[in-house]
Design a protein around this ligand. Structure first.
Ligand SMILES: Cc1ncc(COP(=O)(O)O)c(C=O)c1O
Length: 450
């Protein structure tokens, strides 16, 4: 079969994607020898780049020692060392690590753990987890229930508990009559109204992506937003969960995006993607030691997976964290993030189809628009994100773009290169991206959309 997993996504007859041959640093080569610069780190995963010799060596050592030992029979050192290191990086209050095999599992763990904390405190009436619309927290049914995506909810809604939503604090294409400065605060008014309407005693937690991913195009707010969000949670006794699946592990120029706003510390954090940088399937929930004790004393966490704390995967994660430190990739993300922002602003100024660029560190996006002056979107049949992805591949560039929430909130392209980005790579990224957008604009003119 020429389209192994792709067969689930597109009908027979859909043109094949290139087949991967090998990868090194920020580059991937297909079997025909064509080279691609990865401007998105896959779906924001390969933070340290491909082929890192130290990570590979650590994994080989662990392969020789032991690849699997169940948590029900053994403690394993890679799990212990990875958890200790991660807890140091996350800082006080996020002390204990529950490792998972990916982001959705990490969010499931956060939701179920939060529920058990409430139960242990005699607050069993609390179960509702409020989240933003749009948002993305994963594809398993629990994580999907807090995801704000109407298309997914139309399909799977009957199989999930309906969780209350409040609006995402967009700063571009905001509702009529609102201002970019005022709208984020109003979305928090809506959060508070929703908590009161639902009955605070039934509300368990609020979950947000502190810096958005594909669901909002790297949306980020100012400090006042996060501080007030924290205050609202405290006022009504809700836990605050940060989904840092994309924004964590150094991507925004701090280990956690939460570190940018110390006055708004979350209670629980979900991590994945860059945490193991693609070397092994790894995610994590970080929780305060006191809460872990409460849940353990009340009978233990009613949750787990066969591969939880797998030694090989934890060894990969530990080695990735060590490389992140050794190469000062977090500091580099902060510095290169500013330069990437400038580059994307130049790209926006030169292209008629980019209306906004935003983000933090090396987690950034450009927003695709039919008209820069009005910010109007392309008609859906334009399939603009697909046009950009395919054209980028032709130009030897990989971006991460896919329509979410039926495209009603906007369509954007993630620009999130590996944290190893340097000036030369940025120059190459900028010129390939500019060429891609020129090609897309030319195609849109030919097809009468521009
Ligand atoms: C913010 C966010 N949360 C959760 C997930 C789910 O992670 P995974 O695909 O590893 O299950 C993703 C994946 O893109 C994500 O971006």
């Amino acid at each position: 079969m020429s389209r192994p997993v792709q067969a689930f996504y597109t009908p027979a007859g859909t043109p094949d994607l290139p087949t991967i041959s090998h990868a090194e640093g920020p580059y991937l080569w297909d079997v025909d020898g064509k080279r691609y610069l990865d401007a998105a780190s896959g779906p924001v995963v390969t933070n340290i780049g491909h082929g890192n010799a130290n990570v590979i060596a650590a994994m080989k050592d662990q392969l020789d020692a032991c690849v699997f030992a169940s948590r029900t029979a053994f403690v394993n050192d890679p799990n212990r060392d990875f958890s200790t290191r991660l807890s140091e990086l996350c800082g006080p209050g996020l002390d204990v690590c529950f490792p998972t095999s990916g982001g959705s599992e990490a969010i499931e763990a956060c939701l179920k753990f939060a529920r058990q904390v409430a139960h242990a405190r005699g607050q069993s009436g609390r179960w509702k987890v409020l989240s933003r619309n749009p948002s993305y927290h994963g594809s398993t049914l629990g994580a999907l229930s807090v995801t704000g995506d109407d298309e997914a909810h139309d399909m799977f809604g009957p199989m999930m508990a309906a969780m209350p939503k409040f609006p995402a604090p967009f700063t571009y294409r905001i509702p009529d009559g609102e201002t970019a400065a005022g709208w984020p605060g109003k979305t928090l008014d809506r959060l508070e109204e929703t908590i009161l309407r639902e009955d605070p005693e039934t509300c368990l937690a609020v979950i947000v992506e502190p810096v958005g991913g594909l669901a909002t195009g790297a949306l980020v707010s100012d400090e006042a937003y996060y501080v007030r969000l924290r205050e609202i949670c405290d006022r009504y006794g809700l836990l605050l969960i940060f989904d840092e699946i994309m924004s964590g592990a150094g991507r925004t120029g701090r280990f956690l995006a939460a570190d940018h706003w110390p006055a708004a510390r979350p209670d629980l954090v979900g991590l994945a993607k860059g945490l193991s940088a693609g070397y092994a399937p790894l995610g994590a929930m970080m929780a305060p030691a006191a809460m872990v004790e409460e849940v353990a004393a009340a009978g233990g966490f009613l949750h787990g997976h066969t591969y939880v704390a797998n030694p090989l995967v934890c060894a990969a994660g530990l080695a990735v964290l060590e490389e992140t430190r050794r190469l000062d990739l977090i500091g580099n993300a902060a510095i290169m993030g500013e330069k990437l922002d400038e580059a994307l602003r130049r790209v926006m100024a030169a292209s008629p189809i980019v209306g906004d660029t935003r983000g933090k560190g090396l987690l950034r996006a450009i927003e695709l628009v039919a008209d820069q002056a009005t910010g109007s979107m392309f008609p859906l049949e334009t399939d603009i994100t697909r046009r950009v992805s395919l054209s980028a591949m032709k130009n030897g560039l990989i971006v991460y773009a896919r329509r979410t929430s039926r495209g009603v909130y906007g369509e954007w392209v993630m620009i999130s290169p590996p944290l190893t980005l340097d000036d030369a790579l940025l120059e190459e990224l900028e010129s390939r991206l500019a060429a891609t957008l020129d090609d897309v604009a030319a195609g849109l003119r030919t097809d009468g959309f521009l």
